[in-house]
Ligand binder design. Structure first.
Ligand code: FE
Length: 197
C-alpha cells in the first residue's frame, strides 16, 4: 500500500517513491499523460468531502457490474477515468461502490437499457478505472458524468463530475472537475473521491 501522507518513509522503493511523488492519486497508468495530470482535491486534516449534487432524472438502479461502458458502436472519442476513493483521513476505501451513468455522444440517456451505465468496486487500494466515451453536451448543462460512490457501510455520495473550462451551467463546480489530458481521440482523466466512512 502506498502512504498518501507525510508518513511515507525512506524505505519506499524507487518505483513506489516515483508514484508517491507524482501526486496523491497513484495513477495506474504510466508515461507522459500521467505526469501531466494534477491530482484533484487532496485528502488530509482540512479536507472536505467531495460535494454532493443532484441525481438528476435519469438514474436507473440495477446497472451491470463493469468497468468499461464501451459499446461495439461507440464513437472513437474515448475517455478513461482513473482515480481512487479515500476517506477524509486519507485511508483508501477498498471495495467502495462506484456507479456511473452518462449520456451518449448525442446527448441522450438510455432510459430502457443500460447503455453508458455501470457499476464497479474499488480495489484494495481504493482505486478504480472507468473506460467510456466522452459524453456529449446536452442543452442547458455542462458536460458531466453522474456518479454514486459509497464506501463499505458508509453513506451514498451522489454527485457529478465535470471537465476543465466548461462552467456553462450553475451546477459546474471546481471541486468536481477532473484532471484531464488528451492525446488524439483519447482523453485521460483522473479524480479522487473523498467520502465519509
Ligand atoms: Fe445528466
Amino acid at each position: 500500500m502506498i502512504a498518501l501522507g507525510r508518513k511515507a518513509g525512506p524505505r519506499l522503493t524507487d518505483r513506489r517513491r516515483r508514484r508517491f511523488l507524482a501526486g496523491a492519486v497513484a495513477l495506474p497508468f504510466a508515461g507522459r499523460a500521467a505526469a501531466a495530470l494534477v491530482p484533484t482535491p487532496a485528502c488530509g486534516p482540512q479536507a472536505a468531502a467531495t460535494p454532493g449534487q443532484t441525481e438528476g432524472p435519469y438514474f436507473l438502479p440495477g446497472s451491470p457490474e463493469r468497468a468499461s461502458l464501451l459499446e461495439p458502436d461507440s464513437p472513437p472519442e474515448r475517455l478513461t477515468l482513473d482515480g481512487d476513493v479515500v476517506l477524509r483521513d486519507c485511508r483508501p476505501a477498498a471495495g467502495a461502490l462506484l456507479e456511473f451513468w452518462h449520456c451518449d455522444d448525442r446527448g441522450l440517456y438510455d432510459g430502457t437499457g443500460y447503455r453508458y451505465r455501470g457499476h464497479q468496486f474499488s480495489d484494495r487500494n481504493g482505486r478504480f478505472r472507468l473506460e467510456t466515451i466522452f459524453p456529449a453536451i446536452y442543452p442547458g448543462r455542462a458536460r458531466h458524468i453522474h456518479v454514486k460512490v459509497q464506501a463499505p457501510h458508509g453513506p451514498v455520495l451522489t454527485t457529478q463530475l465535470y471537465f476543465p473550462g466548461d462552467a456553462r451551467d450553475g451546477l459546474w463546480r471546481r471541486e468536481l472537475v477532473v484532471a484531464l489530458s488528451r492525446a488524439g481521440a483519447a482523453r485521460q482523466a483522473a479524480f479522487r473521491f473523498i467520502v465519509e466512512a
